[in-house]
Design a protein around this ligand. Structure first.
Ligand code: RIB
Ligand code: CA
Length: 308
């Protein structure tokens, strides 16, 4: 079993990740922390609870985290995820209760209480994770690894050079990448590879199980918003945490651009090998950067687990 804690800004692809993490037999989902990102924190919380209901998940603790980035104003992605942040499916609100602890306290408690190593899987802006690392450095040392969806070795989506999660809160990302905790970066270089189409949505909606129906509707609404092929997105980071052997990773020096210029939020990854030079990357932290994945296996494992 793999002990995971997910940090989410649910979002359609966060939902794909939550459905998988809640249902996969080798994953022990210890808890979920919510953060402002794709949409506002209250909507993220509401969406997260709805997805756990659809997954048929047991009573997993869900905590509220940061309501905005450390420095910048919130900038939402409702053009991708819809007005409610979950594809505007109109599913009923959950009856689940929010954990009374704030996200950083839930993170501390779950890690301290776990008898086995815990992997953090942030799928959103890194505000909660940065605040946790700064608040509880001794507990942070017990984190086995952070496998995060964010950044890229080349190119952006929020801007020409920055990926949305890092762009939303660059200072938080810099704190996390420089924390000393082992990090795997599941970035845009692989994020767009596991794609699904209306054919997959129709097959899921033809199943009687609530989880399959929900997943099929999510894909259908995503396709209406984004086009005929949509990515399983954040889910890929969860599978990379569970089965790293299905990805190709390289340990590379990385610097987050926290300046206020055109590349703010870029994860500048150093892929030079020809000579050492004394510059910003010489003493920068090294991160395991995902450069390729077994795309078909990623897609099929998700479909199997959702319909399982
Ligand atoms: O850039 C992709 C990331 O931004 C994903 O986590 C998606 O959910 C959005 O938050
Ligand atoms: Ca996300």
């Amino acid at each position: 079993m793999k002990n995971l804690i997910l940090d989410v800004d649910t979002g359609i692809d966060d939902a794909f990740a939550l459905l998988f993490a809640a249902r996969h037999p080798e994953i022990n989902l210890l808890g979920v922390t919510c953060v402002d990102g794709n949409t506002s924190l209250p909507k993220v919380i509401k969406n997260t609870m709805k997805v756990l209901d659809a997954a048929g998940a047991k009573a997993i603790p869900v905590a509220a985290g940061a309501t905005r980035p450390l420095i910048d104003e919130p900038r939402y992605a409702e053009m991708v995820h819809g007005e409610d942040g979950l594809g505007d499916l109109g599913t009923p609100d959950s009856q689940r209760a929010l954990d009374s602890r704030p996200a950083v306290i839930l993170l501390r408690d779950l890690i301290e209480e776990s008898s086995a190593p815990v992997t953090l899987v942030p799928l959103a802006p890194l505000t909660n994770i940065a605040l946790f690392l700064r608040s509880f450095p001794e507990t942070a040392k017990k984190v086995e690894r952070i496998v995060l969806m964010g950044g890229s070795a080349a190119g952006g989506n929020a801007t020409a050079t920055a990926e949305f999660n890092v762009w939303h809160d660059p200072e938080a990302a810099a704190i996390v990448f420089n924390s000393g905790v082992p990090i795997t970066m599941y970035g845009l270089d692989v994020f767009m590879k596991p794609l699904v189409t209306q054919k997959h949505a129709d097959a899921l909606m033809a199943k009687p199980e609530a989880c399959s129906q929900f997943a099929g509707k999510l894909i259908s609404n995503f396709i209406k918003q984004m086009g005929p092929e949509v990515t399983l997105g954040d889910y890929g980071a969860v599978l990379t945490a569970l089965k790293p052997e299905l990805s190709t990773r390289e340990s590379l020096a990385l610097v987050v651009d926290t300046t206020f210029g055109p590349n703010r939020g870029q994860t500048a990854v150093d892929r030079r090998s020809f000579f050492e030079r004394d510059d910003a990357h010489t003493h920068a932290p090294r991160v395991d950067v995902c450069l390729d994945i077994q795309t078909d296996v990623y897609r099929e494992l998700w479909l199997e687990t959702i319909q399982g």
